[in-house]
Design a protein around this ligand. Structure first.
Ligand SMILES: Nc1nc2c(ncn2[C@@H]2O[C@H](COP(=O)(O)OP(=O)(O)OP(=O)(O)O)[C@@H](O)[C@H]2O)c(=O)[nH]1
Ligand SMILES: [Mg+2]
Length: 222
């Protein structure tokens, strides 16, 4: 099956070259696809390194960028990760093998144990989000916000979510689960990021609960 590694980027010029080279080291055949809204040289660097880059201007925010990053991927398997060097690329082959085995979505959790690279407040919030997801939807997860996942492309083509507003990764996990798709979760190490974070804590928290609550409307199948 053909593989696409999709990343969305906002001013990641300090990290992008390392991340792309690291990906090539473990997945030399994969398409690397970026949806970029940067003001810096991220897109130029990625293009020089042979990535396919879609420039999203004017910038539309995280959700619309991520939606395009997965929907416009050419592969049969789409793996997402942040372009900030926080996620371990060595996990990519494991994610691929689990999709090959028949899973439709594999979530790489940063929170199997407490990651040193995550502030305690973020850790606590993430645990509460995961617990709420289990309570409302029955999904056994420790991380509804992981940026590193593998998706079967044919599944994405069948799933509808609302890309507007923060916290889209919540919908991208919980909605397929409710629809009866096969979801697996594996633990990963999470590292300190290169460059500045774009996380807006309060808005993201509010939207996480909003999305978790709203997804109850998705009819359970399977
Ligand atoms: N195209 C696009 N990319 C974005 C946008 N916001 C964030 N990104 C990218 O999305 C990825 C995740 O954003 P981060 O800033 O790392 O957010 P985070 O992982 O929640 O926060 P950290 O844990 O601090 O890294 C990174 O690759 C960003 O460059 C956006 O509005 N548009
Ligand atoms: Mg990040």
């Amino acid at each position: 099956m053909k593989l696409t590694i999709s990343m969305i980027t906002l001013n990641e010029e300090r990290a992008v070259a390392k991340v792309v080279r690291d990906i090539r080291g473990v997945a030399p055949e994969a398409e690397i696809f970026l949806v970029d809204s940067s003001k810096d040289r991220t897109a130029e660097i990625a293009t020089e390194l042979g990535c396919r880059v879609f420039k999203q201007f004017p910038p539309k925010g995280y959700g619309p960028a991520m939606d395009r990053a997965v929907r416009d991927a050419a592969g049969d398997i789409v793996i997402t990760l942040d372009c900030d060097d926080t996620y371990p690329v060595e996990t990519i082959p494991i994610l691929v093998s689990l999709i090959d085995e028949g899973y439709d979505l594999v979530n790489a959790t940063r929170l199997a144990k407490r990651p040193k690279a995550m502030p305690f407040a973020n850790y606590l919030a993430n645990r509460i989000f995961a617990w709420t997801a289990r309570l409302l939807h029955g999904i056994r997860t420790t991380d509804v916000h992981s940026g590193m996942r593998a998706y079967r492309k044919s599944m994405i083509d069948n799933v509808i979510w609302d890309p507007r507003g923060p916290a889209l990764p919540v919908d991208m996990l919980v909605i397929p689960y409710r629809m009866g798709y096969r979801v697996a979760e594996i633990p990963i190490e999470y590292r300190d990021r290169i460059g500045a974070s774009t996380l807006q804590r309060w808005n993201s928290t509010l939207w996480t609960f909003k999305r978790l609550w709203r997804a109850r409307g998705v009819r359970r199948q399977g």
